[in-house]
Design a protein around this ligand. Structure first.
Ligand code: ZN
Length: 287
């Protein structure tokens, strides 16, 4: 396993971690101040400053991307399917323009929450079938752009409103069905927050292998968690044995960035330099 104790060259910042503290330009400047080499920006942050300006600023700052957040939200009623498809195609185009290594997919839950305005449905098997069909369709477009897609399984607590793909096994089953030849077009983004509890985790990580491990996200699970969406912990403040998960992905050959992704009302209230200093310290000591 790589030794992170001496530097933070493999730290990437998911820009949602500091989204309240500034726009993408300010976040990029802060990363430069702290010697952070990579980020994973969100589409709304890119849109707010403009795609071309974002691409140019990233290039000038010499920043790499560890992913692009996010595509997905595939589940909808029939009237919203084209909207979902076109939106995801734009995500691929933007990722390409920014030089991202993959588009992270949060696949959507029940239609009325994923595509507001959709007719309500409680049919989660149908939602899951729709997700698979939509990923297959998106892959055709993404393949032409040579943009890999990374399915992020989300904790089951999000099954209704964010993602009905909830385990690493489920995500890898989709990968096997849609890309059985392991062409590199489809893989997973593993976020310790969503998967740490899974009894099958280590076995599924070896099943994924290097070719399917496209992104690795870290934060921590606080006890008690006060808000399932916006109360994630800083690494080391919760109960996840982050290093054991990193050991498992690196045993498969993963050698990419460890991306820090913390949605937290508490951390959003702190100055950006304090957040980044803490991220770097925890990256070196507990990731
Ligand atoms: Zn994540």
């Amino acid at each position: 396993m790589r030794d992170f104790s001496a530097d933070h060259r493999w730290l990437s910042l998911n820009t949602a971690t500091v989204r309240r503290q500034g726009d993408l330009l300010e976040i990029i400047e802060a990363c430069a101040r702290h010697g952070i080499r990579a980020i994973d920006p969100w589409r709304d942050q890119v849109a707010a400053i403009g795609l071309e300006r974002a691409a140019r600023t990233l290039r000038d700052a010499g920043l790499e991307l560890s992913g692009y957040c996010r595509g997905g939200m595939f589940t909808s009623d029939a009237a919203h399917r084209i909207e979902a498809r076109d939106d995801n195609r734009r995500a691929v185009d933007e990722a390409k323009a920014l030089g991202a290594p993959c588009v992270v997919l949060v696949v959507g839950g029940l239609p009325q929450y994923s595509r507001p305005g959709s007719v309500a449905s409680k049919d989660i098997p149908a939602a899951r079938a729709q997700v698979e069909e939509a990923i297959a369709e998106m892959m055709e477009y993404a393949r032409d752009a040579r943009m890999p897609l990374a399915i992020e399984p989300l904790h089951p607590a999000y099954a209704a409103d964010r993602a009905c793909v909830n385990t690493t096994r489920q995500a890898l089953d989709i990968c096997d069905r849609l890309d059985g030849g392991r062409t590199g077009a489809l893989g997973v983004a593993l976020d310790v927050y969503h998967i740490w509890w899974d009894v099958e985790l280590l076995g599924q990580i070896s099943r994924a292998g290097k070719g399917r491990l496209l992104a690795f996200h870290v934060c921590d699970w606080l006890v008690p968690t006060k808000d399932i969406l916006n109360d994630r912990g800083m690494m080391g403040d919760g109960v996840i044995d982050i290093r054991s998960v990193r050991r498992a992905v690196e045993a498969e050959g993963f050698e990419g960035y460890c991306e820090i992704e913390i949605f937290s009302e508490a951390w959003w209230r702190k100055p950006i330099d304090e957040v980044l200093r803490t991220c770097i310290d925890r990256h070196r000591t507990v990731v």
